[in-house]
Write a protein that binds this ligand. Structure first.
Ligand SMILES: Cc1cc2nc3c(=O)[nH]c(=O)nc-3n(C[C@H](O)[C@H](O)[C@H](O)COP(=O)(O)O)c2cc1C
Length: 191
C-alpha cells in the first residue's frame, strides 16, 4: 500500500469492535436479548462500560426502566444467534428460545446471563446520555461470570481459546492470531 488516502464523509468507521449479546428483562417478565456492537470500556475504577441503544429498540425501555443489563461475550459458534438477535425484535418473540440460548441466573442483577457465552458482565446503569440517534447507557460492572473451563493459572482467561466474535462494518470475524502482548515493545529480548 502506498498510504495515499481518499476523503470520506464523517462516519463511525471504528473497526473491529466487539459484538455482544445484551440480556435484559423486567422482574417477572420474559427476558430479552439485543445484539449490540456500539459497546465500550469507559473506566477501570470503578469498572464501567457503555452500550448505545436506539430508543426504538424493544430492549431500550427495559434497560432504561430497570437500570440493569448483562453484556455477554459470544464465541464464533454463536454468530448465527448474534445475527438473529440483531434483526428480530423481542416484542413478539422469545429470543432465548428462538436462538436456542439458555438463560442462567446472574449474581447481582435480575436479567439473566447467556449460559453459552464464556464471559458475562452484569451491569447497573449509572448515567444515561442522549447525544443523538442512540441512548448511551454508562454502567458499572457489578459482577463478572467467566467460563471455568477457560480459566488458567493466575486467574488468566484463555482468550486464545474462547474464539470471541468481533464485527467490522457488516461482517463478523473471530479473534485471530496473537501478534504481541502488553509491554512487549519495551521488554528485553531473552538471551
Ligand atoms: C451486528 C449488529 C450490531 C448491532 N448493534 C446495535 C447497537 O449497537 N445498538 C442498537 O441499538 N442496535 C444494534 N443492532 C440492532 C439491534 O440488535 C436490533 O434492532 C434488534 O432486533 C433489537 O432487538 P429488540 O427490539 O428486541 O430490542 C445491531 C444489530 C446487529 C446485527
Amino acid at each position: 500500500m502506498d498510504h495515499k488516502k481518499t476523503v470520506w464523509k464523517p462516519g463511525t468507521v471504528l473497526a473491529p469492535v466487539p459484538v455482544v449479546l445484551v440480556s435484559c428483562g423486567r422482574p417477572g417478565g420474559k427476558p430479552n436479548l439485543i445484539t449490540v456492537a456500539w459497546v465500550g470500556t469507559i473506566c477501570s475504577e470503578p469498572p464501567m462500560v457503555s452500550i448505545s441503544v436506539r430508543p426504538e429498540r424493544y430492549s431500550h425501555d427495559i434497560i432504561r426502566d430497570t437500570g440493569e443489563f448483562v453484556i455477554n461475550l459470544p464465541g464464533a459458534d454463536l454468530a448465527w444467534a448474534v445475527d438473529w438477535c440483531g434483526v428480530v425484535s423481542g416484542r413478539g418473540v422469545d429470543k432465548f428460545a428462538g436462538a436456542k440460548l439458555t438463560p442462567a441466573p446472574a449474581r447481582e442483577v435480575h436479567a439473566p446471563i447467556v449460559a453459552e457465552c464464556s464471559l458475562a458482565m452484569e451491569c447497573r446503569v449509572r448515567q444515561v446520555l442522549t447525544p443523538g440517534s442512540h441512548t448511551v447507557f454508562l454502567a458499572e460492572v457489578v459482577a463478572v461470570q467467566a467460563e471455568a473451563a477457560l480459566e488458567r493459572p493466575g486467574g488468566r482467561f484463555a482468550f486464545e481459546e474462547a474464539g470471541l466474535l468481533s464485527y467490522a462494518h457488516g461482517h463478523y470475524y473471530v479473534l485471530g492470531r496473537q501478534v504481541g502482548h502488553f509491554g512487549y515493545s519495551v521488554r528485553k529480548k531473552a538471551t
